[in-house]
Design a protein around this ligand. Structure first.
Ligand SMILES: N[C@@H](CCC(=O)N[C@@H](CS)C(=O)NCC(=O)O)C(=O)O
Length: 211
């Protein structure tokens, strides 16, 4: 099977995670930012991730892909629902988290941004969604202060998490996005969580290109 992705994309991280966690071999293909032709041909809209199945059919929607791949072999990881406390944390932290991560994504070293044209297309897409990206960079101190307060409240929520389940497909991609932000102080439980999932799911954190 082949996953069509953007490397920076948190929804694509969800789909990559299930293959890694279940030890199922898969290929990836990166769609350049700005290219709508490839996804339109596959699923009729401009979106990633897209799973290309072995029978040549295509599937969009990250959690549908996760559930499809999970059902292929035991043990099932996504039978349980999402931990409501972690879900609430994610819902409340998402805005600040992306205000920090998105301008850095646009400057990042990702295969989907390999050409100037692709990077320009991505910057335009995020500018449309988030406004002035330079202004967001300038807001970093205030955004970091807000994020740090939120990360403190995440620590006790992670203490009880041992086995991987549905919740991790929501939480890990968000926290992985935050690892591109230089100066974020993750608490010890969050850092342990990030390192454990990076290894088990085979999805790289972004500390090496934090800015
Ligand atoms: N509901 C979708 C959302 C996926 C999504 O929003 N992906 C973004 C990339 S992070 C996207 O494809 N944006 C459209 C674009 O590239 O123009 C899912 O869970 O898979």
């Amino acid at each position: 099977m082949k996953l069509h992705i953007y490397e920076h994309c948190p929804f694509c991280v969800r789909a990559r995670m299930i293959f890694g966690l279940k030890n199922i071999p898969y290929a990836t293909a990166v769609i350049p930012e700005g290219n709508s032709e490839i996804p339109l041909r596959m699923v009729g809209r401009k979106v990633v991730p897209i799973l290309e199945k072995d029978d040549g059919t295509f599937m969009a929607e990250s959690m549908d892909i996760v559930k499809f791949v999970d059902a292929l072999s035991a043990p099932r990881l996504t039978d349980a629902g999402i931990d409501p406390a972690v879900k609430q944390w994610c819902d409340e932290a998402t805005k600040t988290l992306f205000l920090l991560a998105i301008p850095r994504f646009t400057q990042g070293e990702f295969a989907e941004l390999a050409t100037e044209e692709a990077r320009e297309a991505y910057i335009a897409r995020e500018r449309k969604a988030f406004g002035d990206l330079d202004a967001l960079m300038a807001d970093t101190p205030a955004l970091l202060s807000d994020m740090h307060a939120r990360l403190e409240t995440l620590e006790p929520l992670l203490a009880g998490r041992t086995a991987v389940d549905t919740t991790d497909f929501i939480l890990f991609p968000l926290l992985r996005s935050l690892t591109i932000v230089s100066g974020v102080k993750f608490g010890p439980a969050t850092l342990r969580y990030l390192n454990k999932l990076e290894k088990e799911a085979g999805v790289d954190l972004l500390f090496n290109q934090a800015r």
